[in-house]
Write a protein that binds this ligand. Structure first.
Ligand code: ADP
Length: 164
């Protein structure tokens, strides 16, 4: 059984993340989307909210599971009996940090491989940070996130739907 962990902040999960998850399910028997606590990043959504949003977004995918974790990623990967870490690469700008992270994780545990997946080109510009900014400024995020994430952003930012 080949298991991969897809770690990230998922603050919130976007269609770009979901594209990567779909691709990963073609390569692995089981994909665990692992939401990192990441308090240092001052996330908009709590770890519970982020995990619940992932859970709902992947609910229809049989071999995909949502989980939350804290601490060292390589230890979590071992604990879950996984063989690989999935990361998404959008552009060259992602590369340097991701390269450093992958090599550091290999140093910490050389049995774990990092696999990079590129999303559909329509999602290469998409990030959780931009989605939050657009929502904050009253823009429509429906092309970028599942409907329940859009609703959660509206509630969180007290914007919701414009009054008619
Ligand atoms: P992190 O805090 O780990 O960067 P993110 O939730 O922002 O968490 O991203 C998790 C992973 O998903 C990272 O590898 C990131 O590069 C990737 N990712 C984020 N957005 C996209 C996207 N639109 N297309 C492909 N990969 C993405």
């Amino acid at each position: 059984m080949r298991t991969a962990i897809y770690p990230g902040s998922f603050d919130p999960i976007t269609n770009g993340h979901l594209d990567v998850i779909h691709r990963a399910t073609k390569l692995f028997d089981h994909v665990i989307v692992a939401v990192a606590t990441n308090e240092a990043k001052h996330p908009l959504f709590s770890i519970e909210e982020r995990t619940r949003m992932v859970e709902r977004a992947v609910g229809h995918l049989e071999h995909v599971q949502a989980d939350a974790f804290e601490g060292l990623l390589v230890k979590y990967v071992e604990r879950r009996g996984a063989q690989a870490v999935i990361r998404g690469l959008r552009a060259v700008s992602d590369f340097e940090f991701e390269f450093q992270l992958a090599l550091m994780n290999r140093k910490l545990n050389e049995r774990i491989e990092t696999i990079f997946m590129m999303p559909k080109d329509a999602y290469t510009f998409l990030s959780s940070r931009l989605v939050k900014e657009i929502a904050q400024l009253g823009g429509d995020v429906s092309p970028f996130v599942p409907p329940h994430v859009k609703a959660a952003l509206g509630r969180k930012l007290r914007l919701g739907q414009p009054q008619s």
